[in-house]
Design a protein around this ligand. Structure first.
Ligand code: HOZ
Length: 427
């Protein structure tokens, strides 16, 4: 039987590099034909052949209230009817800035942008502008979008395709980027002891979601905070994934750590392009038009995107939202872990709030090296077996997964039942 997914993929490759507009979508790591998604609702989406999948990427995080939530759709429709884009300020942007500052106390002022890449890139520029220093620290396996100076030993698609540092990034652009090991406190301390006063910023995913899911240890984040404060270095939490996902206040709320700047995205756009960076007023006021650090965007604070984001931010504040989201995500990882154990497959899983990781290894990884040691071949077999059963996980072993509030018990149980069949293929 011919598949519309195959047809679309063949056509797409004629006019688009690799047939996709973002590399991981191409299924090159797992093999096979990418599914072309036609529509989505709640915890499900349907491909071009009208096959239904339980969706565990949720647009890589934004679909936290489920796909096409009626309130979000209505907010978008109403905003669109008032005009799509003005290139001038709107009340919605004021409301969103106020809401972000209220929900994330480390953010006293915020600038809205359109993508996580823009948010981290601008935060980096601000840190360098504010400190007058060149060097930055990032951690191996963390992915902060595709700005040049951050595309070094990065996770996500770069890791998936084995090119952790992108071609086309000039050595001159990255000579100031120091890459350290995630969760290695001693190495961080040694680096600060030798060149701390030259470091503009440390940027970190406080829950890494681009090398599968790897938690930062409390000691690691606390050391980072202490060392940055001591040396006048700006601490940037990249919470594009973890923000409003692992808890209402993000990973910084879970850890009780106050970064100087935070990058946000995904959930705050509710599926449309909104991202943000923000932090201490004294720092943020160095941005143009008040200060000398420049950043701008025609679609920044777009009224339709802000409407989607604001209605999503309202829905996630329903009583018990994060308790339910976290509980459902735990049920998923526990159910799959039990299914693997019953089948005799070496497997484990972890979750933080509504974000999870699946690992074909004996223990949950705490570092990039441990994560790389997982059995990628087994993941690929598992991925395709689940896909056949109508369950869509991220098409790469080095990505985190995402659960929505619409993944109820029946959905989780159906996933675990599919998992039992998939693990049986690996036993
Ligand atoms: N870089 C994203 C995953 N970490 C994938 C984005 C996409 O393909 O939509």
């Amino acid at each position: 039987m011919t598949s519309k997914n195959d047809d679309l993929f063949a056509r797409a490759q004629l006019t688009t590099p690799g047939g996709v507009n973002s590399p991981v979508r191409a299924f090159r790591s797992v093999g096979g034909t990418p599914r072309f998604i036609n529509r989505a609702e709640g915890p499900y989406f349907w491909d071009a052949d009208d096959k239904r999948y339980i969706d565990y990427i949720g647009s890589w995080g934004p679909a936290i209230v489920g796909h096409a939530h009626p309130e979000v759709v209505q907010a978008v429709q109403q905003a669109a009817a008032r005009g799509l884009s003005f290139g001038a300020p709107t009340e919605g942007e004021v409301l969103m800035a106020e809401e972000i500052c209220r929900l994330v106390p480390s953010i006293e002022q915020v600038r809205l942008v359109s993508s996580g890449t823009e948010a981290t890139m601008s935060a980096l520029r601000l840190a360098r502008g504010a400190t007058g220093r060149d060097k930055i620290i990032k951690f191996e396996g963390c992915y902060h979008g595709h700005a040049d100076s951050l595309l070094v030993k990065a996770g996500s698609g770069l890791l998936t395709f084995g090119n952790p540092t992108s071609a086309g990034v000039l050595k001159d652009f990255i000579k100031h980027t120091l890459v350290l090991d995630y969760n290695n406190v001693q190495q961080l301390e040694d680096t600060f002891n030798s060149i701390g006063d030259q470091i503009a910023c440390v940027i970190v995913e406080p829950v890494a979601g681009n090398m599968n899911l790897v938690r930062a240890t409390p000691e690691f984040l606390q050391a980072m905070r202490r060392l940055c404060s001591k040396h006048g270095t700006v601490l940037i939490f990249d919470e594009v994934m973890s923000g409003f996902r692992v808890a209402l206040g993000g990973a910084q709320a879970l850890h009780g750590i106050t970064p100087d700047l935070t990058a946000l995205g995904k959930v705050i756009g509710g599926g449309l392009p909104v991202a943000a960076f923000g932090g201490r007023t004294e720092l943020m006021q160095q941005m143009a038009p008040l200060g000398a650090v420049y950043q701008a965007g025609t679609l920044s604070g777009n009224p339709v995107a802000v409407a989607a984001g604001m209605s999503t931010l309202k829905l996630i504040q329903a009583p018990g939202f994060y308790e339910t989201l976290g509980a459902q995500t735990s049920k998923l990882v526990q159910g799959l872990s039990q299914a693997a154990k019953d089948a005799g497959v070496t497997f484990c899983a972890d979750s933080v709030g509504g974000m999870f990781g699946l690992y074909f290894s004996a223990k949950v990884p705490t570092s990039y090296a441990e994560m790389l040691a997982g059995n990628k071949e087994q993941f690929n077999i598992f991925f395709h077996a689940m896909l056949d059963e109508g369950v869509y996980f991220a098409p790469a072993a080095f990505e985190a997964g995402f659960v929505s509030i619409q993944h109820d018990d029946a959905v989780i149980e159906a996933t675990v039942a599919a998992g039992r069949k998939a693990f049986a293929q690996l036993a």
